[in-house]
Design a protein around this ligand. Sequence first.
Ligand SMILES: [Zn+2]
Length: 111
Amino acid sequence: MRPLFYAMLLSGCAVLPPDYQWHRTSMLPATSYEWTVVKRDDLYKVCGINPPAMPALGACAFNLQQPRRCYVYSHLTEEQAKREFSGDGESLWDHEMKHCAGWAHQDRSKP
Ligand SMILES: [Zn+2]
């Protein structure tokens, strides 16, 4: 495994997931973030997720620990993401910010 793996948390996030369970990780909250808009087709590559695994992929977040900076990739702009809901009562934007703050989730609909 590459050392970077230990200093980073990657989260792929679906728009309208069936069920999310949040949990706190040992990752420190990012002190800044960067939101990058990418084409929908490119999003899967950037996030390293196979389309069948998450058909409704809306964004992914890389929470880097050194330096402490969070990188969010989405096919939506920040303004659009604030109006898009990620299925747990929060906007997709708030959802990604939660990742940047050191939280992660599991999809409870999957084993
Ligand atoms: Zn997420």
